[in-house]
Design a protein around this ligand. Structure first.
Ligand code: SF4
Length: 104
């Protein structure tokens, strides 16, 4: 009986630990976790890579007037946002690409 309870408690703690680790990994994938601005917002599936390459997406725009966070295709999120034309996958607020279109 005691062993069942101990095993149950261990598995519960293991499950909680796995959830915490998953959340930390998700934040790290967005480049947020060090407390600073996101530096890399990636598409975890890699499915939008051809579009990103074709439109020359970068995480840090050289021209601050063409940042993702002021683009009509950008949807804000925690750390990273998402881009509608990249299948709603993560992009950096400070990123940009050749399809930039300023929000009105
Ligand atoms: S379309 Fe806009 S939001 Fe999407 S990557 Fe290009 S600049 Fe960023």
């Amino acid at each position: 009986m005691h062993n069942d309870n101990s095993r149950r408690q261990f598995l519960t703690r293991l499950g909680i630990g796995a959830l915490v680790a998953t959340g930390a990994a998700a934040l790290a994938a967005c480049g947020k976790g060090g407390g600073g601005a996101p530096t890399a917002c990636t598409d975890p599936s890699g499915g939008s890579k051809p579009q990103r390459d074709a439109l020359k997406y970068v995480d840090n725009a050289a021209d601050q007037t063409k940042r993702c966070d002021i683009c009509i295709q950008y949807v804000a999120g925690e750390g990273c946002g998402t881009c509608k034309i990249f299948n709603n996958t993560a992009v950096a607020p400070a990123g940009t690409c050749d399809s930039f279109a300023k929000k009105s």
